[in-house]
Design a protein around this ligand. Structure first.
Ligand code: SF4
Ligand code: SF4
Length: 557
C-alpha cells in the first residue's frame, strides 16, 4: 500500500460532478463553422499554411509549429477555408486573435493517415511527431507535450505521474474518458513510458471517481502501472500538489517537476498520444463537459473550433442562462459570447445562471484573518500578495513568490470579505510581464542604438585611414619621381603644387631619357632626310613641352 502525503491547505467546494458524469459521452455533430485560433498552446503561435479558398481534408495541417515551443493545428473536418482573420477567442484579455475559419463540406473525409511504430523511431523523431501532431497537455495548461517530455540524457526520471485527479467542481471529462477508454489511455501511457523511461508509473485519481479507478485498475493489470486513489480535496489536480501527494516530493519554487525526477502528464493527453501514434490521428477533437443551466448535462466528443453556443444548444440551454464559464468555477474564464470556439484547453462549458452562480457580494476590507493563507496549496501568504498587488508594489509581490501562485482560487473561496484575490494576482502578474517585455524592448533598442554609433565611428575611422594612406602614397610617388632629377626633387616641406610640378618634370625627364635611349647611337649614319625628320619631331616635342609647362604654371580660375 502506497503511503500518501499531504499538501498544505486545500478546500472542499460542492462537487456538482454527478450532473454530467452518469451519462455516457456522445459525439457532437458537425457545426456550421469551425474557428481555429492559431494560439491554442503555451509558446509561439502556429504559422498558417493555408489561405482563404483552400480545400482541406480532415486531419490536414492548417498551421505548423513555429519553433520548439509551439504546436501544429489541423483541420477537424474536410471543407473550405473561408478566411484567416481576426476572430473572438477565449482569452482573459477579451481581444480577438488570428483564426482559421473553415466551412465543413459535410463529407468528413480524412487525409491519408496511418499508425507508426514508435519503438523504431529515435526519441527526437518521436517528439517531433508529437509536435507536428499538435499534441499539447489537456489538463488545462496546454503546454506542448514534446517539450514537457524532452528529457535531458543526463536526467533520470524516477516517477511518471498521470494526472486523473480532475479536482475542479462540475468537470467530468477525465472521469468519463477513464471509464470509457481506459485501455487506450494505457496504450498512450506506454508511449510516454517509452519516452521518459521512468522507474515507476503512477496514475492519481480522486476517490470520488470509483468507476474510473476500477476501469483504470483493470486496464493496468500486468503493466507495472499503479493506480492510486487520492483523497478528494481541491486542488489535488494541480501538478505540484498531485506530485506531493503521490511522492512526498516538493517541486522547487520556480522549478519544473523534472528537477526532482518526476515527469507529469494528463490522462487525456496520454489518450491523444495513443490516437496519434496508433491511428495517425492528429489532435482535432476532445471531450468537453457541457453542464450548468442545461437540460441534459453531458460529455461530448467535440471538434476543436466548434462554437460554444452550438454545444450548449445540444445539451438544451435553460431559460435564465446569462453567459458561460469555460473550465470550472474555481479557475475558469467567464465569457458571454457564444461564438467563441472550443480550443484544446476547453474541458468544460458551464451555462451560468443567477441561481447556480449568485453574484459575488461586494468586497469588504481585509480583516487579516489569515484564512486565505490556511487554504493556500502553494503555502503562500495571499493576504500579503493582495496588499502588494493593490499597492502596485510588484517587486515585493515577486519577493513573496507571486509566481508560485497557481491561481486556484482557494483563497478567494474562503475569504470572508469576498475579496476577488485571484484577480489581483493576475493583474500583478500581467503588469510584471508587461514591464519585463517593455524593459526587454528598451534594452534591445538601446543595444541597436549603441551598435549604430559604433558602426558609424568605425566607418569614420576607416575613411580617415584610407585618406591618410592615399596622401602618403602620393607623397611617396612624388619623392620617387623626383629622384632621377635631383634638382626638382621635392623636399619634406614641398607644397602639393610643387609636388605636382615635380611629378610632371620627372615624367618629362623620363621621356627624354627614353627618347635618348631609343635614338640611333650615331646620327651621322642617318640620311640627311632622316636627320631632318628627327629634328622636326624634336622641335614639335619641345613645343608641346612648352605648352604643358605653361598649363601647369597658369593659375587656376
Ligand atoms: S481571507 Fe480575506 S480577509 Fe482574511 S486575511 Fe485573507 S484576504 Fe484578508
Ligand atoms: S490562488 Fe494563489 S494565493 Fe490563492 S490559494 Fe491559490 S495558490 Fe494560493
Amino acid at each position: 500500500m502506497r503511503t500518501l502525503h499531504h499538501f498544505h491547505g486545500g478546500v472542499h467546494p460542492a462537487e456538482h460532478k454527478l450532473e454530467s458524469s452518469e451519462r455516457p459521452s456522445a459525439r457532437a455533430p458537425l457545426p456550421q463553422r469551425l474557428i481555429l485560433p492559431l494560439q491554442q498552446h503555451i509558446g509561439a503561435k502556429a504559422k498558417a499554411v493555408v489561405q482563404a479558398g483552400d480545400k482541406v481534408l480532415k486531419g490536414q495541417l492548417l498551421a505548423s509549429a513555429d519553433g520548439m515551443l509551439s504546436a501544429a493545428i489541423h483541420a477537424p473536418t474536410s471543407g473550405t477555408v473561408l478566411s484567416v482573420d481576426l476572430h473572438a477567442v477565449p482569452h482573459p484579455s477579451g481581444l480577438p486573435d488570428l483564426c482559421i475559419i473553415i466551412e465543413p463540406d459535410g463529407e468528413d473525409r480524412w487525409i491519408d493517415h496511418a499508425a507508426f511504430d514508435y519503438r523504431a523511431l529515435p526519441k527526437a523523431e518521436l517528439l517531433t511527431r508529437l509536435r507536428d501532431g499538435g499534441i499539447v497537455g489537456l489538463g488545462g495548461a496546454t503546454f506542448p507535450t514534446h517539450v514537457k517530455l524532452n528529457i535531458n540524457p543526463t536526467q533520470r526520471v524516477q516517477t511518471l505521474v498521470l494526472n486523473g485527479a480532475e479536482c475542479e467542481p462540475w468537470i467530468t471529462t477525465d472521469d468519463r474518458l477513464m471509464r470509457e477508454r481506459a485501455a487506450e489511455i494505457v496504450q498512450g501511457i506506454e508511449i510516454l513510458r517509452h519516452l521518459v523511461e521512468p522507474a515507476e508509473t503512477l496514475i492519481g485519481i480522486e476517490d470520488n471517481k470509483p468507476q474510473a479507478i476500477a476501469a483504470m485498475q483493470q486496464a493496468c493489470a500486468n503493466t507495472g502501472i499503479e493506480v492510486v486513489a487520492v483523497p478528494t480535496l481541491y486542488p489535488t489536480g494541480g501538478e505540484k500538489q498531485l506530485i506531493k501527494i503521490l511522492t512526498g516530493k516538493e517541486v522547487p519554487s520556480g522549478g519544473r517537476p523534472l528537477a526532482i525526477g518526476v515527469a507529469c502528464s494528463n490522462v487525456a493527453t496520454a489518450y491523444s498520444v495513443h490516437r496519434l501514434v496508433n491511428h495517425g490521428e492528429t489532435m482535432i477533437s476532445r471531450l468537453v463537459t457541457v453542464t450548468g443551466n442545461v437540460q441534459t448535462p453531458q460529455n461530448f466528443e467535440v471538434l476543436i473550433g466548434t462554437p460554444l453556443a452550438e454545444l450548449t444548444k445540444l445539451a438544451g440551454v435553460l431559460p435564465g442562462t446569462d453567459g458561460y464559464i469555460l473550465g470550472g468555477p474555481m479557475m475558469g474564464l467567464h465569457v458571454d459570447n457564444g461564438s467563441l470556439p472550443v480550443v484544446k484547453s476547453t474541458n468544460c462549458i458551464i451555462a451560468k445562471s443567477a441561481q447556480l452562480f449568485p453574484p459575488q457580494p461586494v468586497a469588504m476590507p481585509c480583516i487579516r484573518c489569515t484564512r486565505c493563507a490556511e487554504a493556500c496549496p502553494a503555502d503562500l501568504q495571499p493576504q500579503d500578495l493582495y496588499w502588494f498587488a493593490k499597492a502596485k508594489n510588484f517587486g515585493k509581490a515577486q519577493e513573496y513568490n507571486l509566481f508560485d501562485c497557481i491561481e486556484c482560487g482557494a483563497c478567494s473561496y474562503v475569504c470572508p470579505s469576498h475579496i476577488p484575490l485571484v484577480q489581483y494576482y493576475r493583474f500583478a502578474k500581467s503588469e510584471i510581464w508587461a514591464r519585463e517585455k517593455e524593459k526587454a524592448a528598451a534594452d534591445a533598442a538601446r543595444e541597436r542604438h549603441e551598435f549604430r554609433l559604433l558602426r558609424s565611428e568605425r566607418e569614420k575611422r576607416e575613411k580617415a585611414e584610407k585618406l591618410a594612406q592615399k596622401e602618403r602614397a602620393a607623397a611617396e610617388a612624388a619623392k620617387q619621381a623626383a629622384q632621377p632629377a635631383s634638382e626638382t626633387a621635392p623636399t619634406a616641406t614641398t607644397s602639393p603644387a610643387d609636388a605636382t610640378q615635380a611629378l610632371i618634370q620627372a615624367a618629362i625627364n623620363r621621356a627624354k631619357e627614353q627618347a635618348a635611349a631609343n635614338k640611333p647611337k650615331n646620327t651621322e649614319q642617318l640620311t640627311p632626310q632622316q636627320q631632318a625628320e628627327i629634328a622636326e619631331i624634336e622641335a614639335r616635342r619641345a613645343k608641346i613641352r612648352e605648352v604643358a609647362h605653361a598649363d601647369v604654371e597658369r593659375p587656376k580660375e
